[in-house]
Design a protein around this ligand. Structure first.
Ligand code: C2O
Ligand code: CU
Ligand code: CU
Length: 483
């Protein structure tokens, strides 16, 4: 039997979560959970080129044992043995190479999520780098400043391999972004948010890990953990000045969605978040938000002004989609006054709105569960499971198409290569989480989301897929060929 049927979904056709906001099923940790806000937020190392000032990077994917839950050790599979992997901080228009050395016991394929890359360097699911080998990715980086991320993309095993630690941030900067008076330096902070469950000995719990009991059909919906990690630390705390900060929020969870709020909200009752960027770049103009909703793989670049709070205030980033431990994410403690010369200008970037009249082709992609059949239950697109040999669409390079995504459940739909703008959600105007250029869109149960996708940069074979990694591993993926 194919590995992707491992969840053995006998009779698991019901989708109990489908009316709720949640996209997965919680796997409970078997150790006492650490007290929230007792460990400091840390920053992943910054990736360094092999030669100072150079453009060639090398990362070694290897196991290592790290302290995540205080007093225990967790084996991670990390880029350079770290979880999250090193953060890239690189310039648009300056191509780099990244040599990925595989010192893990399993094959890998590394994808730069949101990157506009030639197909041979995109991390196609069957483009496997086997243990002891390396592969050199060439990234042209000819795209605007954005908060991208990189992660494993091995066919059928992306969920468990990302869960074990193969994910990191990739910050792309350019002159437009640099020229904005937004918070900079140590006030420009990536926050990689994910959930994990831990076994009694501190190891990661995941239903498919060998020797792990508890493989249950219900996890076909997606695996959620009960511990929230930010930059790899459980419910961390960050001391902040009473100034503005720029937070690059990434939902790197396998399945969990978040509805992020600040508690307390600012006393002056202004909206706590000012969003300046979406998945793949700056918004045209900032938008004020009471909450930030992120499905798997989505990013939001937001400015928070702690100047709205008295010094001494503890401000918690909470997740309204969970009533348990995963309802909290991290805490900011407003520790001191600070000078603030940053601001959020009314205009951020030239954002060309894509008009539907520009679309030269319309295509529909229906994301739906099917089964149980002879080969188990599958998440399918247009009734088909992923076959690397079959292509579902052939958009022309340099054109825009109107793609319609429909669903029976929560499916964060991600398109490789082609960035898009959300045109309509359920026949109406898109919501706040749909703003700007996107590479992933939160398609909720029984929704119909229309996006205008532009195919630029490269010809060749790419994938679109559900970014709930358990759905992706159960073949909710399709090829398209840019011709
Ligand atoms: Cu972030 Cu194809 O994935
Ligand atoms: Cu991607
Ligand atoms: Cu899905």
């Amino acid at each position: 039997m194919r590995r992707r049927a491992f969840l053995g979904l006998a009779g698991a056709l019901a989708i109990p979560g489908c009316t709720a906001e949640r996209a997965g099923v919680v796997l409970a940790s078997r150790l006492p959970l650490p007290r929230p806000f007792t460990v400091p937020l840390t920053m992943p190392a910054v990736a360094r080129p092999l030669v100072d000032g150079g453009t060639a990077y090398e990362l070694v994917q290897r196991p290592s044992r790290v302290e995540i839950i205080p007093g225990t050790r967790t084996e991670v599979w990390g880029y350079d043995g770290t979880f999250p992997g090193p953060t890239f901080d690189v310039r648009a228009g300056r191509p780099i190479t990244v040599s990925m050395v595989n010192e893990l016991p399993v094959p890998t394929s590394t994808h730069l999520h949101g990157g506009v890359n030639p197909p041979q360097f995109d991390g196609y699911p069957t483009h496997l780098v086997v243990p002891t080998r390396r592969f050199v990715h060439e990234y042209p980086l000819s795209q605007p400043a954005a908060t991208l991320w990189y992660h494993d993309h091995r066919m059928d095993f992306t969920g468990p391999q990302v869960y074990r630690g193969l994910a990191g941030m990739f910050i792309l900067r350019d002159d437009v972004d640099d020229a904005l008076p937004l918070p900079k330096g140590d006030k420009d902070i990536p926050l990689l948010i994910c959930d994990r469950a831990f076994d009694a000995d501190g190891s990661f719990l995941y239903p498919s890990l060998p020797g792990r009991p508890g493989v249950k059909g219900e996890y076909h919906q997606g695996v959620e953990g009960d511990v929230i990690l930010v930059n790899g630390a459980p419910w961390p705390e960050l001391e902040v000045d009473s100034t503005r900060y720029r937070f690059r929020l990434l939902n790197a969870s396998n399945a969990r969605r978040y509805d992020l709020r600040l508690d307390p909200a600012p006393p002056d009752s202004s909206a706590p978040f000012t969003q300046v960027g979406s998945d793949v770049g700056l918004l045209g103009a900032p938008q004020r938000l009471d909450r930030v909703v992120l499905a798997s793989a989505e990013r939001a670049d937001v400015v928070v002004d702690f100047g709205a709070y008295p010094v001494g205030t503890e401000v918690t980033l909470v997740n309204r989609l969970d009533a348990g431990p995963a309802g909290q994410v991290m805490r900011f403690r407003v520790a001191r006054r600070g000078n603030d010369d940053s601001r959020v200008p009314a205009k951020l970037a030239d954002l060309e709105p894509l008009a539907p009249g520009r679309a030269v082709h319309r295509r529909r992609f229906d994301f739906r569960l099917s089964g149980p059949g002879a080969h188990g239950t599958h998440w399918k697109i247009n009734g088909e499971t992923f076959d690397p040999a079959r292509t579902s669409a052939t958009p022309r390079l340099g054109t825009t198409e109107l793609w319609t995504f429909s669903s029976d459940f929560h499916h964060p739909v991600h398109v490789h290569l082609g960035h898009f703008q959300v045109y309509r959600r359920n026949g109406r105007a898109p919501g706040p989480a749909d703003a700007g250029w996107k590479d992933t869109v939160d398609v909720r149960p029984f929704e119909v989301v229309e996006v205008l996708v532009r195919f630029e940069g490269h010809r060749g074979r790419y994938v679109l897929h559900c970014h709930n990694l358990e759905h992706e591993d159960m073949a909710m993926m399709a090829n398209f060929d840019v011709v």
